[in-house]
Design a protein. Structure first.
Length: 220
């Protein structure tokens, strides 16, 4: 897989090193030559000293050959421009964008070409909520511009789902239970998997199906 990363700061460099270590081809685009010169990365990373917000620079880098583009600069405006160009001008299948300021997260959607937006403050909030909350639906990750979400519910003793199998719950068509975490073990949910108090149920849901899934798992 070929991945282009815009921005060679700490975040971009870390992602690049991780992906190269996993055997992927990585193109790192950085407009500041001093940053590129000082950077220490794994061998095998392809460097392009250019402005990732310029169409001509992306064309020269053959962005159309990339499977994924990661907009990882420290500027939200630049990340939005990179995302939009990657999707509209070069038809990159998957665009992931870093959100630096959490109040800007609402902008990072499919209108700007973003498939997945990563906001560290919001992610940390979700993880804290997930660790402390029982009987409440917690949003872990937004996908497809926020239209699809990865959610989790830790089942309370009085959850209407307790004692029922997955097939008995009859989840909506736009929702899929992807995992049940029980006693530190991950169970692949099957039709006959019966839920018990304390189970952490992880599901992929659309916005339209979220309320119905919440009702099934929490009764609220």
């Amino acid at each position: 897989m070929r991945v282009a990363i815009a921005g060679a700061g700490n975040v971009g460099l870390f992602i690049a090193d991780q992906l190269v270590g996993m055997g992927h081809a990585v193109l790192l685009i950085e407009k500041d030559p001093d940053v590129a010169e000082r950077a220490t990365t794994h061998q095998g990373i392809e460097w392009n000293v250019a402005d990732a917000c310029e169409v001509s620079s992306l064309r020269a880098a053959q962005l159309e050959s990339c499977d994924v583009v990661v907009a990882a600069t420290g500027d939200d405006e630049d990340n939005l421009v990179v995302s939009l160009l990657a999707k509209q001008e070069f038809a990159v299948p998957r665009v992931i964008a870093r959100v630096n300021h959490p109040t800007n997260e609402w902008l990072f959607n499919e209108t700007w070409g973003v498939d997945v937006a990563v906001s560290t403050p919001h992610l940390m909030t979700s993880l804290v909520e997930e660790a402390l909350t029982v009987g409440t639906l917690v949003r872990l990750l937004k996908l497809e511009g926020g239209e699809v979400q990865l959610v989790e519910v830790r089942l309370a003793d009085d959850s209407p789902a307790v004692g029922k199998s997955i097939s008995e719950l009859e989840p909506p068509h736009d929702a899929t239970f992807v995992a049940v975490i029980r006693d530190d073990h991950v169970l692949m949910p099957r039709a006959d998997t019966t839920l018990v108090p304390g189970d952490e149920v992880v599901a992929l849901v659309t916005l339209a199906a979220e309320d119905e899934v919440r009702q099934l798992l929490t009764g609220r």
